[in-house]
Design a protein around this ligand. Structure first.
Ligand SMILES: Cc1cc2nc3c(=O)[nH]c(=O)nc-3n(C[C@H](O)[C@H](O)[C@H](O)COP(=O)(O)OP(=O)(O)OC[C@H]3O[C@@H](n4cnc5c(N)ncnc54)[C@H](O)[C@@H]3O)c2cc1C
Length: 295
């Protein structure tokens, strides 16, 4: 019944695994996976799932998720096909599935300053808004002018001051069934060569300091106030620490990488050990930035 419904309203698969949909490359089978072709299909799908009390999870590029090995007996909705964008005056309108590094690069070429801070964040517009993702002292809250949300069956535009943005947080954390459908971001005209140079420099810095050649979900822990998670992890001797196929990166100790078919259980065992030791030694509670799902 669910399968037949979803097949009518998007590209449907029942043979997908989280390990193929996340940058950490972990996680088990998904009972139902669907990619709506447009907003209307998304709306119909979400309304049907809510009405029938069927669990669902919306994903972007899966770059902030750690997923368990057990089957997810619900529906994963990928927004990768909602990927239109348009420059409108001093704003860019982008649908939730637009990949941010690609958009940053297009804007840079056209001489628009906006997403330089996010050019190395491997997620989609929806995921970056959800997380209020950021780097280099910039974050989505600095550039978002409006967000279109599927809420209670309707598409509604929210202003930034309604979105409760704070450090790696937005209102969407408190409303997991709302869906970011698109966003408008403000643009500032600048010299394109200058923007491209800045982006190239930041990508170079990432390649030098982060294990981008290995599957990860980015920084595992948020930085505690006035401190750095990587420094605390180094101080307890966990750089390079391994359980099963999962390892604290030698290159950047706030990255936990999947070196050899690791599982979410291995990953979380490392996380809990680090959290316990940091709490016992410094009284600091390290909070995960990566989201656990179905584990
Ligand atoms: C190598 C690497 C480097 C990274 N560097 C950074 C960095 O510098 N700064 C930073 O902040 N993050 C960084 N990250 C983490 C990650 O890229 C960000 O958190 C990003 O915002 C996640 O986007 P996504 O599309 O992959 O979301 P996903 O991982 O697919 O989803 C993350 C959460 O957002 C929700 N979500 C996704 N799309 C929607 C939507 N349309 N509507 C409602 N909810 C939605 C999901 O349900 C989930 O709860 C990095 C990750 C990697 C792998």
């Amino acid at each position: 019944m669910i399968k037949e419904f979803l097949q009518l309203h998007g590209e449907y698969h029942d043979d997908k695994y989280f390990k193929d949909l996340t940058t950490l490359k972990m996680g088990g089978h998904i009972a139902h996976f669907v990619m709506p072709e447009n907003k209307q299909e998304l709306k119909v799908i979400v309304n049907y799932l809510k009405t029938n009390r069927i669990p669902f999870k919306v994903i972007g590029n899966g770059s902030n998720l750690i997923c368990g090995e057990s089957e997810y007996d619900g529906v994963v909705i990928s927004l990768k096909k909602l990927c239109e964008y348009k420059i409108e005056g001093d704003e860019v309108y982008a649908e939730a599935g637009v990949m941010v590094p690609a958009l940053a690069s297009v804007l840079a070429k056209k001489g628009y300053s906006c997403l330089e801070f996010a050019s190395g964040i491997p997620g989609c517009i929806g995921g970056l808004v959800y997380m209020n993702a950021g780097a280099y002292k910039g974050c989505m809250a600095d550039v978002v002018t409006a967000v279109e949300v599927l809420k209670d069956g309707e598409l509604i535009w929210f202003n930034p001051d309604e979105l409760n943005f704070s450090y790696r947080h937005s209102i969407f954390h408190d409303h997991p069934r709302w869906v970011v459908v698109s966003a408008k971001l403000k643009l500032t005209k600048k010299d394109s060569a200058e923007i491209e140079e800045l982006i190239a420099d930041r990508l170079r810095r990432r390649r030098e300091t982060q294990p981008l050649d290995k599957p990860s979900a980015g920084s595992c822990f948020r930085n505690p106030e006035n401190d750095f998670a990587w420094k605390l992890i180094d101080s307890i001797g966990y750089r390079g620490y391994r359980i099963g196929g999962v390892c604290v990166s030698e290159k950047h100790s706030n990255f936990i990488v999947n070196e050899d078919n690791g599982t979410a259980e291995d990953y979380l065992n490392i996380v809990y050990q680090i959290q316990d030791q940091i709490r016992d030694r410094y009284g600091i509670r390290l909070v995960m930035e990566v989201e656990k799902f179905n584990c």
